[in-house]
Structures are given as C-alpha cells and as structure tokens.
Design a protein around this ligand. Structure first.
Ligand code: SF4
Length: 576
C-alpha cells in the first residue's frame, strides 16, 4: 500500500514507486538515512543536483498511536557535509501516511531560478509555479496556502533563508493552527529544499482512508497501555505540559550546565527571567497557552503559545533549546526579545540553535554588544533581506566565526552545540562528538540519566559511564526516530518496565510482525551504521568526533573540563 513519491524538480515531473524490499519495513529516520546512503553520492556538493531531500513519516504515523506524528527529513547536510536527519511535528506526517506515501524524494535541481509549489492529494500531484510565494516568510506562506487550499492542510515550507540556500536554513511544518513554529531545524536542510527550487508542499488527505491495521484489537489494547504510560510519568504528565521544555532552564542552571556567554560559564545570573516557570506566569497573565500539541494525538502537549504585553501572539513552540540559544548563550535576558527572535527565526526559516550560536560568536567578534536583544533582532532581520551581514549569520556559527576572526566557535562537524555544556553534562558531550549528525542533543539525550535521573543515575561531571550511556541512547533514539514517536516519550519509556515492549506491540499490531525489543535495538544499530558509513565515504575521520579545544578550559561553577580522549570517544561510535 505504501509508495515512494519521487519528484524530479528539474523536469517538474513525478512518479510513484513501490519501495524495494530493503525499504519496505523502514520509516522515518531509518528510511531517510537508507535512501541517502543508497542514492546520494557521499562526496557530492549538498546543494548540487546529486543530493536528494527525503521527507518520510514514521512507521506509526497516521494511526491513532499517541505522539506518533513526527516526520523525518534527510539529505546530505550543507552545514556539516555529512548525512543528516532532522525531525519535526506538524500536520504533514499523519497526512502523508494516510495518503499511503512512505516518503517524498526530491531529486535533481531546476536550471535557472524560480520556485515551485507541490500540491499532493488523494488523486494526483501537481507541481505549480510558486512566484507569488517566493520571498515570503513561512508565516505568510502558510496563511496564504491555508486560504487557498483550505484550513488544516499539511504545509511544508521554507522561508527566505532556505531560498537563499543559507546553511542554517530550516524547513517548517504547519502546526494544527497553521503556525510555522514546528521545524526540521538542524543541518541546513532548508537550503537543500531551496536548491531544489521548492518553496512549499501542500498535503491534502481529504478522502484518504484510515491506515490499515493487521490486528486492530491488539493495536487498540497496546495504544491504551501506551497512553497510560505517557500519562503516568511525572515528566510527561506534569512538568512538560505545565512549563514546556523550558522547565529545563532552572534545572540546567542549578546543575551548572546552562551554557552562558558563548560557553564561558554554566550559570546565567538572569536564568529566572527566561525560565519555564516565568514563561508560564507570563502566558497565564497575557492570555497565551501553556499546553498544546504539535500534532493531533499528542497526549503530552509540551508546546505553547506566547503573547506580548498586549495579548498578541508573539511566538509558538517556544522551547528550551531556543530560549537558551537566543537567551543565556547571548546573555539576552528579556524573554519578550527572545520570543521575538524565535518568531523571526520561524518566519525567515532559520534553525534557532544555530542562529543563537552564530549570534553569540558575532558578539564575541564585536559585531553587536552582549545581551542586546534589540541589536540581535535587527541583525536577524537582515538575513531575510539578503544583506551580506545577514548572510553571514544565516550560514551559522562556524561561518560567522571565520568571517569575524573569532577563535571560540562551539561546533562539532560544523554544527553549533545545543543547550547543555558538555563539561557539566558529559554524557551529552559524548553524543555531540559521536553522532553522525554533528553536535545534536536529540541524537542521544544523556541529559536524562545525567541531570534528570531518568533511566539511570550517572554523574554528569565525571566521564565514567557516560560513553556507554550515550551509546545506548544513540541506538534507542535512532529507532524511536523511525517510528514517528516524539522523543519525549523516552522519559516515560526509560522508567517503565513494559515501555519498549508497548511500542513493539503497536508496530506488531499495525504491520502483522513479531518483532521483539531486541529487533528495535538492532534497527537502531543498523541506522547508525548506515549513517556512519555515509560519513566515512564523505571523508569524515575520527578527527571529526571531537569538541573544540576551548572545552579544555574549566567551566564555572563546577570547574570541570572536557577530559574524554579520542580513544574513549571512538568507543561511542563502535557498534558490533
Ligand atoms: S510532546 Fe511536544 S514535541 Fe512531542 S508531540 Fe507533543 S507537542 Fe510535539
């Protein structure tokens, strides 16, 4: 029933194709990484016709399984030069699955300029001129597409950053309210979509049937247990719905792991002003929303709507990593300024983590003062207009550092470090080094056993135990990213005896399989091996699995340093 939709962006043509046997059982990240490995020449330029952009719903997407509407986007990354998978919420995943589309594969690239709009529905695929949308931000693009094609359509779009093929460009997905707050942010995948001349994709699943389930009774039973698991863990049932992921600001600050002023200290004196608790108070007072799902069927609802003093929506999906990147990392302490920066990034189509890292590097380079929210807003606005300074910021932290002669550049494999200082959260530091994706906390979220004491209790300040913790989490994450489940389910799964088994029960009931939890582990390992293989063929060596040297400086207040050796880190990438 599931097919691959291949679109030739030069010829403006499409074909539907039965997936090969090797691809049939894969979804989400497993599928995007397998297609990239098989079909993209590892040494190609990421913006050339030889790269492909693959958009794939997870294996459970489109069913009623709770929190299963995530979508994976994969390609060779223009930011890292390696393989990339970045995933997002929004409406697209469930709709593509219901249309029986296992993946969209964007191939080739158009000659000359111009942008196209792809419209997919039950009966056909149209590839139309998109001149009227070119140059628009994601917000206006989504608004106009909903006006034209109807509310609650799945929309995938890029903003001016992707159109300019900047390497911090993200791809955005309309949420259930048509806002662009959900993004496949990391790795510059928006630039790949821009290089294919695709401004937006509309997915209309009207008239599509339900996803077939081989054993509906068993699926219903497994989903009841699944919901029960998610609703009974304190992180997924209380902390995330009440404060969103920004609940982590105070927690990481207290642990001394909140990177501040371009990774100079682990504590930000103004952390309470940008904390999840303060954000929740402002949302309550101003009439926003603290509990919202990024797609239908989310029972955790960590997302939110944040308003200004007048009660006008400033941004949505205002997350911890964004608030850290644009707040503590740049020492901007006014939450409204941070929210404005987030909204700008969503509209222009920029990864908030990469942009925050680039802004802090720019502050180090003297381009704007530390903590100056207004100056940061003015600078980010320049990305949309194609101003040369804007292009520098829009190409991320490493590019900005080179342009400004800065020697303190927090990247691994060219990608900006996220919101956890590796000297104070060593498990996640291992993930930054080892992940084929470059510095990426989601690739192996060792913050759970290091700081939150979920799924284990490993000292975050010592290296002992952290290589194994990261390695196991990388494997589990690769598998979860293939199911379409949101990563936050891991908090409950790690602490619940039958957590993994319940996910396996859902997959078995949907597809008529007899998988075991061990098969899920093997899936995770095979994905990581595929990704590593691609990177090796692209020219990556163990020298790319390192943190920048400045992490050997002690980090206040714990005064720990990054002390893992190359050999120890190679253990984290060795999968038998
Ligand atoms: S918990 Fe948050 S990220 Fe996960 S599906 Fe729900 S809203 Fe989206």
């Amino acid at each position: 029933m599931f097919r691959l939709l291949r679109i030739n962006t030069r010829e403006k043509s499409f074909t539907f194709e039965e997936p090969s046997k090797a691809l049939t059982s894969l979804g989400g990240r497993a599928l995007t990484s397998k297609i990239v490995l098989k079909e993209v020449p590892p040494t190609c330029h990421p913006l050339s016709k030889d790269n492909k952009l693959i958009i794939a719903p997870g294996l459970l997407s489109g069913t009623v399984a709770a929190n299963s509407g995530r979508i994976s986007v994969g390609a060779k990354s223009p930011l890292t030069g390696g393989i990339k998978e970045s995933n997002s919420g929004g409406l697209a995943s469930q709709k593509l699955s219901r249309l029986g589309i296992k993946a969209i594969v964007l191939e080739d690239k158009p000659e000359g300029g111009g942008f196209s709009l792809i419209v997919i529905n039950k009966d056909t695929v149209e590839i139309l001129p998109a001149d009227e949308y070119a140059g628009l931000g994601n917000k206006e693009t989504m608004k106009r597409l909903w006006q034209k094609y109807g509310k609650r359509q799945g929309v995938i779009s890029i903003g001016p950053a992707g159109e300019q093929r900047l390497t911090a460009a993200s791809i955005h997905f309309a949420d259930p309210n048509g806002r662009p707050g959900r993004a496949a942010g990391r790795g510059g995948l928006g630039a790949v979509m821009g290089s294919k001349g695709i401004k937006a994709i509309v997915i209309d699943d009207k008239g599509a049937g339900k996803i077939p389930l081989v054993d509906p009774k068993a699926f219903k039973k497994a989903n009841q247990r699944w919901v029960e698991i998610l609703r009974s863990h304190p992180v997924t049932s209380q902390a995330l719905p009440a404060y969103g992921t920004a609940v982590l600001i105070n927690i990481l600050n207290e642990a001394g792991g909140l990177p501040t002023k371009n990774f100079r200290t682990g504590r930000f004196e103004h952390a309470p002003a940008i904390s999840g608790e303060h954000m929740a108070e402002l949302i309550e007072a101003r009439g926003g929303k603290t509990k919202e799902g990024c797609h239908p069927g989310c029972v955790i609802q960590c997302s939110n709507v944040y308003c200004d003093k007048e009660g006008k929506v400033l941004t949505s999906g205002f997350e911890y990593e964004t608030i850290w990147a644009l707040g503590a990392n740049t020492t901007i302490k006014e939450l409204d300024d941070v929210a404005r920066l987030d909204a700008l990034c969503d509209d222009i189509g920029l990864d908030t983590i990469e942009t925050g890292c680039a802004l802090a590097v720019a502050m180090d380079g003297g381009l704007l003062p530390w903590g100056d929210g207004k100056a940061a807003i003015d600078l980010v606005k320049k990305v949309a207009t194609g101003d040369p300074i804007g292009k520098i910021i829009g190409n991320g932290a490493a590019f900005t550092g080179r342009a400004l002669g800065v020697d303190r550049i927090p990247v691994v494999k060219g990608q900006g470090l996220p919101a956890y200082d590796p000297r104070a959260v060593k498990g996640v530091g291992v993930t930054y080094c080892a992940s084929p994706m470059g510095a990426d906390h989601t690739a192996g979220y060792a913050v759970a056993p290091n700081i939150l004491k979920v799924g284990g209790n490993i000292d975050p300040l010592k290296k002992e135990g952290n290589v194994d913790a990261s390695k196991n989490l990388q494997v589990a994450t690769a598998a979860v990213d293939s199911t379409g489940l949101c990563l936050f389910v891991a908090f409950a799964v790690l602490d619940t005896e039958d957590g993994v088994q319940t996910i396996v029960d859902l997959l078995n009931a949907q597809y008529g399989l007899s998988l075991t939890p061990n098969d899920v582990v093997n899936l995770g390992i095979s994905i990581l091996k595929d990704e590593r293989k691609f990177n090796t063929m692209a020219g990556f060596t163990k020298a790319h699995d390192r943190l920048p040297d400045f992490f050997k400086e002690p980090l206040p207040p714990n005064n720990t340093t990054w002390d893992l050796t190359d050999d120890e880190l190679q253990e984290a990438v060795r999968f038998s």
